[in-house]
Design a protein around this ligand. Structure first.
Ligand SMILES: Nc1ncnc2c1ncn2[C@@H]1O[C@H](COP(=O)(O)OP(=O)(O)OP(=O)(O)O)[C@@H](O)[C@H]1O
Ligand SMILES: O=C(O)[C@H](O)COP(=O)(O)O
Length: 394
């Protein structure tokens, strides 16, 4: 990586403003998935061990510049305290006089969690004054929030222009894995793109077609491709205005010598529910009143074979409506094939695909599960991440 990291600086006795992504799922005031907190531990532990005064900042949810009681970071700070096994203080604001006083009284190795940075309208606007106010709290800025690196906000981008700014260990690892995958991949290299809409995946499919050996299309976006082949898709998800684009992707695959895989059979249902009537049909025979919600058994077998014969697989987006058990088999087949393919390096692109492998209990069998949904997608699209660009060059 051409950016400075924690390894390049001495933090002893320094006040370190460390941006993390503690945007974790919550229910009834409790953290329901602490993956992102755990992922930030190596950086936090390093800062503690090196004797820094550790000031942690994060957003939680989308409070839109206002204080939303349920989106305070108090429960998150409690989880962090339990995971770190040491006291973690929590401020009720993210900058200002009170916060300054708390920081003045910190000792080396102390940890403080600031309040949700999105309680302030200036955060998402990347307001220069707010960025300066954050910077005044600290001597050094560490960005470990890969999941928020695609956002140019005051605590992810603006602050980096005021004090020395480096990447944390999680940020470094995420960028290393994803850049190696895209710039110097082990081959055969397979990308699996699923999820709901073609429109959200246009740039990622386009960019991947220049890099991969195999492209697998699945999930709701398959139906626009099935329609592009001239078949009817019944009540399945279809983006009429993207049919020509789907055709152009198939042509680009051919031109680039990329093996293009899409479903050959699908599971259709008469209702969007677990108790729906279902049948498996080939893509030429989707009944007009039914909706395709999962990959069929032949498709699953083909996808599993491609995966097992790959050296590197990156996966973004589920193969069906995996949240409903009746339609989870396609997504599960992909997750299981990745788990069984021990010679294959698997990169799960955050978001729903990460939730799916968790749900199937296969998370520990994957080589790398990104903590970034939107961020990993934008990276795979070939876009620069503002939170990374703003860091100091090596
Ligand atoms: N055949 C289908 N019909 C309708 N919805 C589908 C189908 N297959 C998958 N989905 C839904 O797609 C949703 C996820 O797709 P979406 O494009 O929103 O995000 P994603 O691809 O998971 O992106 P990320 O992984 O970055 O969060 C899931 O909720 C899943 O139920
Ligand atoms: O959950 C995420 O993808 C990140 O924390 C970014 O959150 P955002 O989409 O609300 O900016």
């Amino acid at each position: 990586m051409n950016k400075k990291t924690l390894r390049d600086i001495d933090v002893k006795g320094k006040r370190v403003f460390c941006r993390v992504d503690f945007n974790v799922p919550m229910k009834d005031g409790k953290v329901t998935d602490e993956t992102r907190i755990r992922a930030a531990l190596p950086t936090i532990q390093h800062l503690v061990e090196q004797g820094a005064k550790v000031i942690l900042a994060s957003h939680l949810g989308r409070p839109k510049g206002e204080v939303v009681e349920e989106l305070r970071l108090t429960a998150v700070a409690e989880r962090l305290q339990a995971l770190l096994g040491k006291d973690v203080a929590k401020a009720d604001e993210a900058f200002g006089e009170n916060v300054q006083k708390t920081i003045d009284s910190m000792n080396e190795g102390d940890v403080l969690v600031l309040e949700n940075v999105r309680f302030y309208p200036g955060e998402e606007k990347n307001d220069a004054e707010l960025a300066k106010a954050f910077a005044e709290l600290a001597d050094v800025y560490v960005n470990d929030a890969f999941g928020a690196a695609h956002r140019a906000h005051a605590s992810t981008e603006g602050i980096a222009h005021h004090i020395p700014a480096v990447a944390g260990f999680l940020m470094e690892k995420e960028l290393d894995v994803l850049s190696k995958a895209l710039s110097n991949p082990d081959r055969p290299f397979t990308a699996i793109v699923g999820g709901a809409k073609v429109k959200d995946k246009i740039d990622v499919i386009d960019n991947l077609l220049d890099k991969v050996d195999n492209l697998i299309i699945g999930g709701g976006l398959s139906y626009t491709f099935i329609k592009a082949l001239g078949h009817e898709v019944g009540k399945s998800l279809l983006e009429e205005d993207k049919i020509d684009l789907a055709k152009s992707f198939m042509e680009k695959a051919k031109k680039n010598g990329v093996n293009f895989y899409m479903p050959v059979d699908v599971v259709v249902a008469d209702d969007f529910s677990n108790d729906a009537n279902t049948q498996t049909v080939s893509i030429e025979n989707i009944p007009s009143d039914w909706e395709g919600l999962d990959a069929g058994p032949k498709t699953r077998e083909i996808y599993a074979d491609v995966i097992k014969n790959s050296k590197l697989v990156i996966w973004n987006g589920p193969m069906g409506v995996f949240e409903l058990d009746t339609f989870a088999n396609g997504t599960k087949a992909v997750a299981e094939a990745l788990a069984e393919a021990t010679d294959t390096y698997s990169v799960i692109g955050g978001g729903d695909s990460a939730a799916a492998v968790e749900k199937f209990g296969l998370a520990d069998k994957m080589s790398h599960i990104s903590t970034g949904g939107g961020a990993s997608l934008e990276f795979m699209e070939g876009k620069e991440l503002p939170g990374v660009v703003a860091l100091n060059d090596k």
